[in-house]
Design a protein around this ligand. Sequence first.
Ligand SMILES: [Zn+2]
Length: 324
Amino acid sequence: MLSDKISALGVVATLCVFLTNFASGQETALTQPQGDETAFANYAPWLDASLDLRDYHIHLRGGMTAAMARERAKLTGVKSGVLENNGREWPINTNEKLDQFIAGVEEYNATLPEDERLKIGVQVNDRDWYKVIDPKVYARLDYVLADTMIMGRRPDGSDERLWLLPRDYDVDQDEWFERYYRHNLTVVSEPIDILANVTWLPDFIADRYDELWTRERMAVLIQAAIDGGVALEIQAESNFPKPQFVKLALEMGAKFSFGTNNFDPKLKDTGAWKRNFDQFHFTKEQLWRDYQYDGAAPKRVKPAEKRTIDYDGMVKRLKEKGIL
Ligand SMILES: [Zn+2]
């Protein structure tokens, strides 16, 4: 379409202007800390602008700001969705703080043209979040994202952050994975929109991916996501999900979202996005969109309730469909 071509050219032109300015040492203070010339040039030059891709996993932390997220979108052609971590051990640990976070971005958005506005999300890290969050605050979110990287408690009562487990973690791995898999089904049943870093495994067990993520386990998780309108996220600089998962999910009709999960304003390496785009040629229809994408829908169409998953019933259904 002509309008898409024009906007694609616009993106390239903007990037060129930026790089020219950069080369002559006139980079702005706003964009400079986000990455060097190479990082911007390598970000997503392969991207088909008509896909209207949005990074729904931009944390406003470590110096990253809403203004930088907007500037980044203009420079890279990848739109921005911003969020921060919510939970008892995380920066947003009360409804009041969540309200302030959302209000801050809303205020900034009010100064922007409609198509440059940032989508506002939250990453939920406590498994009872949907009972704790104030419905009035919930209604103002464009999306809710969760990953599976926190499970259970440490002896001192704090969250067990699975990415901190040692490489030589001494545990019955099959029992651990069973527990972790059930945890995945729990998270995907919550009223979330994006399951981030899907099928991630900690280092101590990552080399057993092909064996542990059986077709049945993958298919049930994917079907649960489809049933709940939950997108599966492909995250920058992550080795997960593996191609067999993405292939099956696309065959089953799942939607995907792309995220970076930054720690600061620096652009991350989006090689994992490109690898997946090159292999699977995502169409616009396969990309998850927030509810207001087409304009009229209210932001939150999901009631703040957890669903239940009947594993055996799901397997039966998937067998009938010929997926298993
Ligand atoms: Zn995150």
